[in-house]
Design a protein around this ligand. Structure first.
Ligand SMILES: C[S@@+](CC[C@H](N)C(=O)[O-])C[C@H]1O[C@@H](n2cnc3c(N)ncnc32)[C@H](O)[C@@H]1O
Length: 233
């Protein structure tokens, strides 16, 4: 199922804060600059629409940018239908699909994205929703294998470095059907294996952000979300 859309982020799990922290595409870091230079985006785990969605940021810089959003939550689909907006020069599309079926996503995206050209694969705040039993690294590899050299993976998620957050996640998992799988920084870094990490590497997500003053900013040593950008050679 597909609809052109823009996205707002779902507050579906303890990963949400981490995801919100990481999705700012306007950053001074080389990693974010790399993503901002992309003209094609495959944004998996879109979430509900909010301000500065991927297509808004991308098409502000380059109106011809092509964006395909993917989420498996029917609620996201409802909002996506209401918010189909794209610059006339570009494309914004929405596919309802599950990241655990990469080939379905790749087939669906092929009508909007040129797979002979680089594509930025955005996986912000989604892999924590995928259990080890579903082979998250294997899913990433299957997606990246279909992308042209020069394509980037931007991935972020919660990490298990904050005991208070770990306790909250444990409590959340005990009462929720959708469990969240918080991983170590090393496990998160492992998702980039086989790709060339862009500076500053896998870091706390605030280091992607430009704002000199951020209301409510969490001190870096208490942050429990990390991410990075890596390029396919
Ligand atoms: C924490 S939100 C992150 C939203 C957004 N990427 C951001 O950075 O703000 C995670 C999103 O992943 C979606 N999601 C969870 N499991 C998924 C799956 N198996 N396939 C596709 N999307 C999934 C959820 O519906 C939700 O919208």
């Amino acid at each position: 199922m597909r609809f052109s859309a823009r996205s707002r982020r779902a507050e579906t799990s303890p990963a949400s804060a981490a995801a919100r922290a990481s999705r700012s595409a306007s950053s001074r870091s080389p990693a974010s600059s790399r993503i901002l230079a992309s003209r094609q985006f495959l944004d998996i785990g879109t979430g509900l629409p909010t301000a500065d969605n991927t297509h808004e940021v991308a098409q502000r810089i380059a109106p011809e940018s092509r964006i395909v959003y993917v989420d498996n939550d029917p609620l996201v689909l409802v909002h996506a239908q209401a918010l189909l907006v794209s610059a006339p020069e570009g494309v914004t599309d929405y596919i309802e699909a599950d990241v655990r079926e990469p080939e379905v996503i790749l087939r669906g995206a092929a009508s909007d994205l040129d797979f002979d050209q680089p594509i930025a694969l955005m996986m912000l705040g989604i892999m924590g929703q995928i259990s080890d039993g579903d082979d998250p690294k294997g899913l990433i590899d299957r997606l990246m294998a279909a992308l042209a050299p020069g394509s980037d993976l931007a991935l972020s998620d919660g990490v298990n470095t904050n005991p208070a957050l770990n306790a909250a996640i444990k409590a959340y998992n005990a009462r929720s059907a959708n469990t969240y799988h918080v991983r170590s920084p090393e496990q998160l870094a492992g998702f980039f294996e086989g790709l060339d990490l862009v500076e500053p590497g896998v870091v706390v997500t605030s280091r992607w952000r430009p704002d000199p003053v951020e209301v409510g900013k969490v001190p870096e040593d208490q942050e429990a979300a990390m991410g990075g950008v890596a390029r396919k050679a």
